[in-house]
Design a protein around this ligand. Structure first.
Ligand code: ZN
Length: 161
């Protein structure tokens, strides 16, 4: 009886298509974002901003230190190598907003603390081996050949032996 009641309540899940949308937009990344993206695009260099009070280095660079509430105006170079701080091996797909295409699974994703920085950068890692891709693993940025001024100018990070 209970099974019949459950079956009666089960309904096919329906979807409704809203059609296709295309909404291009631009926004200013400001002085700090521009410096960061320019150096990444032109020189394959990563820059953060350094707090004059506590000395923390933020990447991507920010204008104000959230700990001290003071303005930061010093850009400092940060290594393109660092350590995996948090990681996940993603097993389900999603539509990559950069490409509009389904990202192939599985893939690695991590919070990476670059040498010389006090904050983490989130990015893809080209490993799905849980024996190697784990917290504490060393990784290095792999840059795109043709860069356009986007965080995706870093193709992904690769494990460093
Ligand atoms: Zn500070």
């Amino acid at each position: 009886m209970e099974n019949n009641a459950q079956k009666k309540d089960e309904q096919e899940l329906l979807t409704v298509s809203s059609g296709e949308m295309f909404q291009p937009y631009d926004w200013s990344v400001g002085k700090f974002g521009s410096k960061f993206l320019h150096e990444l695009k032109e020189n394959k260099k990563l820059f953060g901003s350094k707090c004059p009070k506590c000395g923390r280095v933020f990447i991507p660079p920010r204008k104000v230190c959230g700990q001290c509430y003071v303005a930061m105006d010093e850009f400092v170079p940060v290594s393109d190598e660092g350590e995996v701080y948090v990681c996940a091996i993603i097993q389900f797909g999603f539509v990559d907003p950069e490409t509009g295409k389904q990202r192939p699974v599985p893939y690695g994703y991590a919070f990476i603390k670059l040498d010389g920085a006090d904050t983490c950068l989130t990015h893809f890692v080209d490993s799905v081996d849980p024996e190697k891709f784990k917290v504490g693993a060393r990784v290095r940025a792999v840059f795109e050949e043709k860069r356009k001024g986007s965080l995706m100018d870093i193709k992904h990070f690769e494990l460093v032996d």
